[in-house]
Every structure is written in structure tokens, then in C-alpha cells.
Design a protein around this ligand. Structure first.
Ligand code: TMP
Length: 216
């Protein structure tokens, strides 16, 4: 009898947080940590991650004079996500590659739900249709006071359509992120991103060490 080993699925790790919390630096740190342990990693981001989804990203971030309805924003986020999930994420996971993704559906609940005021039930309906049960195995939420993050983000130069929002918008986004972490404490781990880089990375390392030991 041909006894094949069952296919080993990759793990799906996402990184979340408001602008300016150091996501890019920590994304590189996390993927480096995993590669050092012999894991094949694909780093990607949302909105984006495929040519078509990147075009939608440009549409979403562009500054425009035309009113841009929250529902249009939400649907475009999920249109980009549909391409990303079916063309990149699912095939990679099935091939045993781990995904480290800069933002995912938690961002839609935080920004379009918390920030723009769309009901969570509407977002959940799209999530069910588009993701069909796909969820991150682990989410690291980088959390810092909005004043800290936005001061960093605004220093970076030209602001996109989201970065132009006021602090109150980002406070609502942050509150939803933290509420989701309270509701799903096993999946979403909150890291205080307000401290110095060494402390933040030590905290991320401890979380990954623990999770990798559980996944062995
Ligand atoms: P980035 O600057 O982290 O690449 O993300 C682009 C913007 O898109 C950021 O301001 C957050 C926003 N966003 C949403 O509003 N909803 C979503 O579902 C995602 C993935 C991102």
C-alpha cells in the first residue's frame, strides 16, 4: 500500500496595528526569525499581494476629491482579499509555505468597522463569503498610543487617504483591534509597540517561541 505522508500545511501569521507602530521592521524581524528555523516563508501584505490586488490597493490609497463611500472601500478591500487569498495565500499554505501577512481581515473590522462605522455583521458576511473559514493561525497586534504612532507615520512624508484621517479615527480603529484581541486571546497577541525596539522584539520572540513549541 502506498502510504503517503499527509501534506503539511503552512501556518498563517498576520501582523496588525495602526500606522506608525513599526509594522515593516517587525515584519522583517518575524520572517527572519522563522527562516532562521528552516521554515519557508512568504511575506505579503493587504490590501495587495497580487498584481490585481495591488491595482485595487492604489485605488484605495489614492487621495481623491470624489466622495469615497465606506461601503465602496469595504468591498474593494474584500475584492483585493479574494484575489490574494485564492491566488497566493491558499496555494502557498497548501504547499507547506508559511505566510507572514502585513494586515488581514482584522484590519477591515478595525478600519471599515471601527473607523468608518460599518456594522461588524456586514463585514462578517463578506468574511464568510470570501474566506470560507480561512483564518490566521496567529495574529500579532502591535499596539501603541495613537499620538506615538501617528507622529511617526506623519513624519514619513506624503500621506495616503487613510493617513490623512484624524486621531479620533485611529482611536476608534485601535479600540476595535483591542476589543478583538480580548475576544480572541488565543489567536491575537497584543504587543506593546511603544517601547524600544529591543524590548518589542524580545516580546515578539517570546510569543513565537511559545507558539512554535505548541505547533511542533
Ligand atoms: P498599510 O499602510 O499598512 O500598507 O495599509 C494601507 C491602509 O489600508 C492602512 O491605512 C489600513 C488600510 N486597510 C483597511 O482600511 N482595511 C483593510 O482591510 C486593510 C487590509 C487595510
Amino acid at each position: 500500500m502506498n502510504r503517503r505522508k499527509p501534506p503539511v500545511h503552512g501556518k498563517f501569521v498576520t501582523l496588525e496595528g495602526v500606522e506608525g507602530v513599526g509594522k515593516s521592521t517587525h515584519l522583517e524581524f518575524i520572517s527572519g526569525y522563522l527562516r532562521d528555523r528552516g521554515i519557508t516563508v512568504l511575506v505579503t501584505r493587504e490590501p495587495g499581494g497580487t498584481p490585481g490586488a495591488d491595482e485595487i490597493r492604489n485605488t484605495l490609497l489614492a487621495i481623491r476629491t470624489e466622495p469615497f463611500q465606506p461601503m465602496a472601500e469595504l468591498l474593494l478591500m474584500f475584492a483585493a482579499r479574494a484575489l490574494h487569498v485564492d491566488n497566493v495565500i491558499r496555494p502557498a499554505l497548501a504547499a507547506g509555505t508559511w505566510i507572514v501577512c502585513d494586515r488581514f481581515t482584522d484590519a477591515s473590522y478595525a478600519y471599515q468597522g471601527g473607523g468608518r462605522g460599518i456594522a461588524a455583521s456586514v463585514i462578517a458576511a463578506l468574511e464568510r463569503m470570501v474566506l470560507k473559514g480561512l483564518r490566521p493561525d496567529m495574529t500579532i497586534l502591535l499596539d501603541a498610543r495613537i499620538e506615538v504612532g501617528m507622529a511617526r507615520a506623519r513624519k514619513r512624508g506624503v500621506l495616503d487617504r487613510f493617513e490623512q484621517e484624524q486621531d479620533e479615527f485611529f482611536n476608534r480603529v485601535r479600540r476595535v483591534y483591542l476589543a478583538r484581541a480580548r475576544r480572541e486571546p488565543r489567536r491575537i497577541k497584543v504587543v506593546n509597540a511603544g517601547g524600544n525596539l529591543t524590548d518589542v522584539q524580545a516580546e515578539i520572540t517570546a510569543l513565537l517561541d511559545k507558539r512554535l513549541a505548541q505547533w511542533k
